[in-house]
Design a protein around this ligand. Structure first.
Ligand SMILES: Nc1ncnc2c1ncn2[C@@H]1O[C@H](COP(=O)(O)OP(=O)(O)OP(=O)(O)O)[C@@H](O)[C@H]1O
Ligand SMILES: [Mg+2]
Length: 228
């Protein structure tokens, strides 16, 4: 599903080069449910952005279903992203001028015409994340955790094959976090959705099937498969 070869991303900052991602190689199969752990600044967000084609690598390749994503034109890349993957971003990512339902419907706005069934599906997802009454609210009228749950609902609206989630439960309490993890697992089992989840939550990571740890831009499998 995903294959990463010699992946590297350098940032230049005040004359210095930061290797945010440093020669990473790994494969992810369709339907994997995995976590990426690591200290702040270790390169996790940069890696997710590379996997999703939001950041161009300095070296190396990212292949999605065998296709090198940087061989695609801009349009093809957007299309591929829209068809196959969705992000749950680390920081607030809702559009402030759209209400909750329209935010959830955003991924359906590209390409196909929006239909009644999309709206019904958005309402269903809103119910699943426990926010049925908030459909007409604007992001600024929601708490941080509620905004996060809307972003989770939005990530599911297109039934993507891959979900790249960056601290998806960062601002949720333990009970709500567990509800969201159950939802991810359900999607994973029923739809065979591939999940790559960046998290600092050891209880979340412990529920995944595979854990990788990033340290200073490098990625290694957890030796005992059990995060600290
Ligand atoms: N646009 C940028 N320009 C320069 N340096 C950057 C840029 N984005 C990230 N970095 C640097 O790259 C490194 C990796 O950053 P990244 O955001 O990937 O870390 P992270 O593991 O997601 O951290 P956190 O857990 O705090 O979210 C850090 O040293 C960061 O300062
Ligand atoms: Mg980050």
């Amino acid at each position: 599903m995903i294959e990463v070869v010699n992946l590297e991303k350098d940032y230049r900052l005040e004359g210095e080069t930061i290797k945010a991602v440093d020669n990473i190689n790994f494969k992810v199969d369709q339907g994997e449910f995995m976590a990426i752990l690591g200290h702040s600044g270790s390169g996790k967000t940069t890696l997710l952005n590379l996997l999703g084609g939001l950041t161009r690598p300095t070296h190396g390749t990212v292949k999605i279903e065998g296709q090198d994503i940087w061989d695609l034109s801009d349009n093809q890349l957007s299309e591929m992203r829209n068809e196959k993957m969705n992000f749950i971003f680390q920081f607030a990512s809702l559009i402030p001028t759209l209400n909750v339902i329209d935010n959830i419907l955003l991924p359906t706005a590209f390409g196909k015409k929006r239909e009644r069934k999309h709206y019904d599906h958005a309402m269903e997802l809103l119910g699943i994340v426990g926010l049925t009454e908030k459909g007409q609210a604007y992001p600024a009228q929601l708490s941080g955790g509620q905004q996060r749950r809307v972003a989770i609902a939005r990530a599911f609206i297109n039934a993507p094959k891959i979900i790249l989630a960056d601290e998806p439960t960062g601002d949720l309490d333990e009970k709500t976090e567990q509800e969201m993890v159950n939802l991810f697992r359900k999607m994973n089992q029923e739809e065979n959705t591939t999940f790559i989840i960046v998290t600092h939550s050891s209880s979340l990571a412990a529920q995944t099937d595979r854990q990788m740890r990033m340290t200073s831009g490098r990625l290694e499998a957890e030796p005992n498969g059990c995060p600290q």
